[in-house]
Design a binder for this molecule. Sequence first.
Ligand code: LUZ
Ligand code: MOS
Length: 750
Amino acid sequence: MKNVDTINHVTGKSIYVDDIPVQTGTLYAAVFGSPKAHGKIQNLNLTKALELAGVERILTYKDIPGRNQIGGIIEDEALLAEEEVHFVGHAIAVVVAKNESIAREATKLIEIEIEELEVITDPREAFKKNQLLIPPRTFKMGNVENEWKNCDFIFEGKVDNGGQEHLYIETQGSYCYPMDNGSIKIHSSTQGATLVQKMAARILNLPMHRVEVDVARLGGAFGGKEDQATPYACMAALASYILQKPIKIILHRLDDMHMTGKRHPYSSDFKIGLSKDLKIVAFQTNMYQNGGAASDLSPAIMERTLFHSTGAYFIPNTEVTVYSCKTNLPPNTAFRGFGAPQGMFVIESAIAKAACELGISKRIIQERNFIQENDTFQYGQIAKNANMIPSYKTADEKYHIEHLEKEVDDFNVNSIENKKGMAIMPVCFGISFTKTPMNQARALVHIYQDGSVGISTAAVEMGQGVNTKLVQVAAKVLSINPDRIKIESTNTTRVANTSPTAASTGADLNGNAVKIACTKLLERLKNTAANMLSCTASEVDIKDEVILFNSEKSDITWEKLIETAFLDRVCLTENGHYATPIIHFDKTKEKGHPFAYHVYGTAIITVTLDCIRGTYDFEDVKIVHDFGNSMNTIIDNGQVEGAVVQGIGWATMEEVVFAKNGKLLSNSLSTYKVPDIYSVPKNIEITPLKTEGPELALLRSKAIGEPPFMYGIGAYFAIAKAIREFNPNYKLDFDAPFTPEKVLMRLYSK
Ligand code: LUZ
Ligand code: MOS
């Protein structure tokens, strides 16, 4: 089934926040952000800005009727700065004006004096000064200290990874207007409608039932709108509530780039010990997470880094510590993978270092250490249906890995200016929010009198195709034509207390809620059909919109059934509630069973370097991916392709650069390079691993959003390999992204 939104998207008919027809009297807001990364506000002079014709009002923290606090996990983030600013772009005031350009113009007329304080942008420096957002956490298994002496080889090293700009096509935005009874309605480009509702209620000192949040769809999010759509929705809500006017705020791309947080850069130290037969015996790492100026989602991201710090491997002795460091950057936030890519980059680097020192292929060490059935993850969960080795074996059978390696070697023998490199990237990613209570969802299903169906859930459609999957579930359970089903906007008055659409769980959680609601409706409708046919409910069924009696077609159609049920006063509405069973986690022991299941896969990435220029081409990515029993191969393949390209972008070309004074230098699309159609691998071949799929996945179709992102990490090691082919003196180092500049330096390093 094709994505239900495709035609509206490509014909420009889909409505995003900025497309909502505005009410008469709508005003526009723009944010005044701090020009300095750290300091005390000595004086804020709004006079000139207020004098600009068309400016209606400028709001500061003093105008907030409730609490000036939007921190979700830790309450350490003000909506509008009070005495101090902590990063460049830190919101201080909201200008409200007759139109957008006046509002923006006025922000430039605001005068501010800031007594500057020391600026820290580096997480290790923050750590040295004891600037931590939260206490560190450690996961361990076995006993690392005892085991070093039993290792035949020990290697140590340092690993750095950069940030990543989300670059959703639709920037952060909100449209908000007052309703009667002192209520407000907020349209927000958020992944988490309830998060916006809760924070706006807090800011305005309203009960949550006075705040309605509606999300039609997002123009991309990638995690960037899990938490960071909230401030802009709250600013619109604040202005709307105070002025009693409709308010629109849409961030300019350049403001969005410098005000919002990104993927977390990490700097890490590792120590890895191996036995003679290349089994990893012990692994120890300290990771310094660059959290930015406030906690935001950093504690949860830290947690997922810990969970995935051993990658796709079983390591009997581990000790992994993450420090969440406070720096003067915008608070870093959720981004596809959510800390897992950073963790996996470290273990892959450690293996690469060992391989390089031992003079063997990295693949040999990878192969010997993959996690297997019944192995214990360092967080206590036992690996079940562990598809790592099956995915690798399938890749080997289909693509003949040694043969591919030989092809690369042959090419390199005969080529001087160009060198090829190949790398294997295994993925094992846990599905479920790591915070167990978040793994719940609800669906509200209405069947209307004409037999059409309207469904509301907590899921936010952001291009990932979740609405299509929800349609498929309802169509399958009710056995009706998908055209009869419409997915409504995500709205807090229809579905309350939602988890954000995140953690790759959107389809599993909300789809299962839809399945539960539709199943209940089906049972009820079978009773109606049984009455109509004067038989028992167990004798009837619905197939392709026709009622079956003892498996034979009757003359009762879906429409007739619904009409009769309505006249019989049968309830045609149902609510489904789903909470992932089995999962639990004990933070005091750092052990439990946090994930419903894992997604596995193997990618083989090949690169060709231009050794004169340092540029590269990824011509070929071959993937064996564990989809389970994919319910929609068009959508799922699209997610794999997009994720791989985004992952390669993070590992190679996307370089977020801040100056020492905390100013973002890669602040536009001319200085921040993302993969374009020319840098996308020419061939991305995706082979589904043949499995049944787990029961806890929606219709046994595994979560797809994030896992394939991490295949992109292989790009780094493919490049490293190719550089060594040209320059044998190059000792591997681990400092992503591997930009052409860095590649060129290493091609000629001594
Ligand atoms: N968001 C979140 C996530 O709040 N918790 C998670 O575990 C998570 N994992 C991946 C992406 N977003
Ligand atoms: Mo996310 S990184 O919002 O799943």
